[in-house]
Design a protein around this ligand. Structure first.
Ligand code: ZN
Length: 350
């Protein structure tokens, strides 16, 4: 099967990958076989490409990249009831051990045994077909495109973050970072009931995209304005109810409580690759709540429903689409972190 393979750090190739054919030959009674259609390029895919590792996850063997995907069902196992051949679907990339303690507690995303696409040693899905459990495969309504459906994975992070923040109607939120995760978090915070959301970045084009998403989004260009000044000015010195950290930057984390109101909530989303620290004293004097999120759990169907109803529109975030044949080139561009791009996607031949 021709696949996009990360051979090792800084080396990608589009080539046959016989090992995956052997592994995927059989599908069990609760699996479906899927023909991949669209795969988004994630910051984590790019990080494995440029660094060969994320924290404890190290690329020691050639690995197929990609985990944000949509496609069409080709074959169903004998016990599959919710999907049929020809259904258009999106897939949740992390499959936990169904019997693990974390899964039984409802926190399957933090199951230490979770198998997540394109996280070593598990292969990703930049390849023609894959086999996946029915339980982690979600049927798409006709009005959700393959491109939008491949955005469900990053959107799930934003929805999970807004859920853990316990957004109340009328809350004011601040999102640090206007990358794909920052922007889906801003959209999720609004869908959850925020009255206004501030979004920060230093790339002008990303901030333009942010403000185009909703009139309730106010961009803050951190090369021109001080975040705390803007927030204090606009909230009569009180601060925002929620700060979502989506940059992973130690500098952003260091001052994260400054724009927060007393009793507010900080949600840590970014920052897995490198350790970051924040000021616990600043959290105490506000009695701030701090939430940490790792991927998501139980939110894919909600994301699909919100895309279908129009409650959330992710189309403006998709800024470039490449053919599968150009996927090495696509990753080279993604690795250069183009300031005008939010989400780049790859389309597989149908
Ligand atoms: Zn992703």
């Amino acid at each position: 099967m021709k696949s996009l393979v990360l051979e090792k750090k800084d080396e990608l190739s589009l080539r046959d990958f016989p090992a995956i054919d052997r592994v995927e030959e059989t599908l069990t009674s609760r699996d479906v076989r899927i023909k991949l259609h669209t795969v988004g390029i994630c910051g984590s895919d790019v990080h494995y490409y440029t660094h060969g590792r994320i924290g404890p996850f190290v690329v020691n063997e050639p690995m197929i990249l990609g985990h944000e995907a949509s496609g069409t069902v080709l074959e169903v196992g004998s016990d599959v009831t919710t999907l049929k051949v020809g259904d258009r679907v999106c897939m949740e990339p992390g499959v936990p051990d169904p019997n693990s303690r974390a899964t039984r507690l409802g926190m399957y995303n933090v199951d230490p045994a979770v198998q997540f696409w394109a996280t070593p040693p598990v292969h990703g899905i930049l390849r023609p077909t894959c086999v996946h459990p029915e339980a982690f495969t979600f049927k798409l309504p006709d009005n959700v495109s393959f491109a939008e459906a491949a955005m469900v994975e990053p959107l799930a992070v934003g929805v999970h973050a807004a859920t853990k923040a316990r957004v109340k109607p009328g809350d004011i939120a601040l999102v640090l970072g206007a990358g794909p995760i920052g922007l889906v978090t801003a959209l999720s915070a609004l869908a959850a009931g925020c009255a206004r959301v501030y979004v920060t970045d230093l790339a002008e084009k990303k901030l333009e995209i942010a403000s185009s998403l909703s009139q309730a989004i106010t961009p803050i260009d951190i090369t021109k304005e001080d975040i705390v000044d803007v927030i204090k000015r606009d909230t009569d010195g009180w601060g925002v109810n929620i700060v979502f950290e989506a940059t992973g930057s130690p500098r952003a984390a260091a001052g994260i409580f400054e724009p927060l109101c007393p009793g507010g909530c900080v949600v840590m989303i970014g920052g897995q690759p490198d350790p970051i620290s924040y000021d616990a004293g600043a959290a105490m004097v506000r009695e701030a709540r701090v939430e940490n999120i790792f991927r998501y759990a139980h939110v894919f169907p909600r994301c699909v429903d919100m895309l279908s109803s129009g409650a959330i529109d992710v189309k403006p975030l998709i800024t470039k689409t490449f053919d599968f044949e150009d996927s090495v080139h696509a990753f080279e561009i993604a690795a250069s972190a183009p300031p005008a791009d939010v989400k780049m996607q790859i389309e597989l031949p149908q």
